[in-house]
Design a protein around this ligand. Structure first.
Ligand SMILES: CCCCCCCCCCC/C=C/C(=O)SCCNC(=O)CCNC(=O)[C@H](O)C(C)(C)COP(=O)(O)OP(=O)(O)OC[C@H]1O[C@@H](n2cnc3c(N)ncnc32)[C@H](O)[C@@H]1OP(=O)(O)O
Length: 286
């Protein structure tokens, strides 16, 4: 069985790896919007930092996609802890301003970047641990579910879930499938159909997250788990991840155009635009 999972889905990236010899990366990478800290040769901490809520617009998605490629090009790196430096929010999902009164061309580019992000993350052979320091909503929740393991802070006010249906949005099938693979069909149906939002203890009971820790232990516990997992034989771990995820991944990889068109059509619908306007206003009013 081929273990070249990432390359299978990213032939261009494969070409890049083949033509550009691997170079040692600097110890850490800092931009205004995220921070990568290499804790050892084996794993790094990747901190989102786009206040106030790490919302994902096109430019940010492109930046994050480049960073995921960078991780993938490093053969020594086994795992990434994905977290946020923004107080009380991991991610509020897509920047709603990208969806409201938007140009179709821009919306298409946003959605392609969202697809890229999910494909790179869900399809990565590296270990991804989500260290959830705060709210995990909409696409933020899909991102967390695409990691291999989720650890969340013990704070009853912290929310996780997808409320798309309240705005008249049918979540894309790859989001549904990711959730089904995490918490099962019945719980996914209830969660999406009834726009369920969970606190960490409810999410743990459901299996939406794997552990709860106090906020001061979030990173140390994540590193502890990562170190244990880095000891697992790499090839077998990668092959297992590939065999578990390839079917779900392939459903989007082979269906991207339909997914793009569905997203554009539903988002441009005047009724949804109206709902988005009201939703944005309600967020601003708080
Ligand atoms: C539109 C909903 C569609 C959901 C579709 C899900 C479908 C499945 C996934 C695939 C497609 C994904 C689409 C999306 O991800 S759309 C984004 C949906 N996100 C949300 O609904 C979250 C909204 N935000 C919140 O609930 C809260 O902000 C949050 C709990 C995260 C934090 O609360 P807090 O009280 O700390 O902060 P504020 O609410 O005061 O927010 C601070 C400012 O940030 C602005 N804001 C918040 N979220 C977004 C966002 N997603 N995009 C753009 N801007 C956002 C908010 O308006 C405040 O702005 P001001 O400071 O100017 O007032």
């Amino acid at each position: 069985m081929s273990i070249n999972f990432y390359s299978k889905f990213f032939p261009l990236i494969k070409k890049g790896v083949a033509s550009v010899p691997f170079q040692l990366r600097p110890l850490s990478t800092r931009t205004d919007l995220f921070n990568v800290e290499n804790k050892s040769e084996e794993y790094a901490i990747f901190r989102l930092n786009k206040p106030p809520v790490n919302s994902l617009n096109l430019e940010y998605l492109n930046l994050l996609n480049n960073q995921l490629d960078e991780f993938e090009r490093n053969p020594k790196l086994k795992g990434i802890i994905l977290t946020s430096d923004v107080k009380s929010t991991f991610s509020a999902g897509v920047d709603i301003l990208e969806m409201y009164k938007c140009e179709p061309k821009r919306l298409e580019a946003v959605w392609r970047a969202v697809q890229d992000f999910w494909i790179k993350l869900y399809g990565s052979k590296k270990i991804y641990i989500a260290a959830l320091n705060g709210h995990v909503l909409a696409l933020g929740c899909a991102i967390a579910m695409s990691c291999d393991y989720r650890i969340m802070v013990d704070n009853d006010k912290t929310k996780i879930g997808i409320t798309a249906v309240l705005l008249g949005i049918n979540a894309p099938s790859w989001v549904k499938n990711t959730m089904i693979n995490t918490i099962g069909f019945r719980e996914t149906e209830k969660s999406l159909k009834f726009a369920k939002i969970y606190n960490p203890h409810q999410a743990l009971k459901l299996g939406l997250i794997d552990e709860i820790v106090s906020s001061d232990k979030l990173l140390s516990r994540s590193e502890e788990v990562m170190k244990t997992w880095c000891k697992i034989p790499t090839l077998a771990r990668e092959m297992t991840k590939e065999s578990m995820r390839s079917e779900t991944l392939g459903k989007l990889v082979n269906n991207r155009e339909v997914d793009v068109q569905e997203f554009i059509t539903s988002t441009m619908d005047p009724h949804l635009q109206d709902n988005l306007g009201k939703y944005l206003a309600s967020l601003k009013k708080k």
